[in-house]
Design a protein. Structure first.
Length: 194
């Protein structure tokens, strides 16, 4: 934090930089608590200080920004909870439907496998009907596994894409309103590695 950055166009090197919104140099003459009276060579108050209206507008702007960041934080936590609950509901529904389908498919496959084996042994000398039953049961099991894998990937991609788009729009709105977003602020304060 450089609090002694000279003001552009000023000959006074101790003049604070009013273009830096995060300068921690106080405006005017501040009582340091040491009980010293105001120095005799002090300049008149008000020449470089913001008016009360500007100060209140600045405070209102900063409070609006803080409220937006707090709202973003709460929204992110809420969305994370919703995403978790949605995943739990989706997996519970998939689990129930999957168990029913898997049970029916396993029973059908076992019956067909048993029929294939039985007919294979029974027709060992007269025909090859069992091969059709075995191929059918293997294809059904493969289709079920492929459908479940494909469905889970599609649901995951769609959910992630929607959340990424939502937060990109939110950050763009923050940049338009405040000139930076929450991620930029965290990087500037050194809280996040780039």
């Amino acid at each position: 934090m450089d609090v002694h950055t000279p003001r552009p166009g000023s000959a006074d090197p101790d003049a604070p930089d009013r273009t830096d919104p995060y300068s921690y140099r106080p405006y005017g003459h501040v009582d340091t608590g040491a009980g010293h009276p105001r120095p005799a060579d002090a300049t008149a108050v008000g020449s470089d200080q913001p008016s009360p209206r500007e100060a209140f507008a600045s405070v209102a702007s900063k409070l609006s920004e803080i409220a937006e960041y707090a709202n973003l934080y709460v929204t992110a936590k809420t969305d994370a909870f919703k995403a978790t609950m949605r995943n739990v509901a989706v997996f519970a529904a998939l689990g129930i439907v999957g168990l029913i389908a898997l049970g029916a498919l396993v029973v059908t496959s076992v019956v067909m496998l048993c029929l294939g084996i039985a007919q294979g042994i029974g027709r060992l000398l007269w025909g090859h009907m069992w091969a059709g039953y075995l191929i059918t049961s293997l294809l059904l099991l493969g289709l079920l596994a492929g459908g479940v894998i494909f469905g889970l990937k599609m649901i995951g991609k769609a959910s992630k894409k929607a959340l990424v788009k939502k937060y990109e729009l939110r950050q763009r709105d923050q940049r338009e309103r405040f000139g930076h977003d929450a991620a930029d602020r965290a990087i500037a304060e050194g809280k996040v590695d780039v």
